[in-house]
Design a protein around this ligand. Sequence first.
Ligand code: ATP
Length: 134
Amino acid sequence: MALLHLEIVTPDQIVLDTYVDYVGAPGVDGEFGVLAGHIPLLTALQIGLLYYRIDGKETQVFISGGFAEVAENKISILAQSAEIADNIDVKRAEAALKRAEERLLPLHKNEVDHMRAELALKRAIVRLGLTKRI
Ligand code: ATP
């Protein structure tokens, strides 16, 4: 029986609220895993894929960074955006990828916020990776 409560919340919605066996999350210092009974933890997340397992079945979720809190057999994820593969708009992610790639051309070096474009590029690459289109 899955004993770890997983909740993923964005400013728009509760993306997921379920019980799982295991969560792997993209922490800023690398991936970390959480099982029921984990010690309390608060950490920042990076853009990446979170995954959870229920009865051996693994599901991946795109996470655009944010925070994870673990307490009392519950892991709460607060993220600016989070999507399962079925909810990713591939055309939108492809357009975001193209836009970010263009902004990162040396030609635009002095006009664009490089860090912002790098993060947009990473979000697009990870989203497309989850949909297996890249
Ligand atoms: P874009 O430039 O297309 O807005 P982005 O990476 O800047 O992409 P975010 O800031 O991560 O977008 O997300 C803004 C909102 O749009 C969130 O609600 C997020 O879930 C949604 N969103 C962004 N890109 C996609 C996508 N490819 N498919 C589905 N939802 C998306």
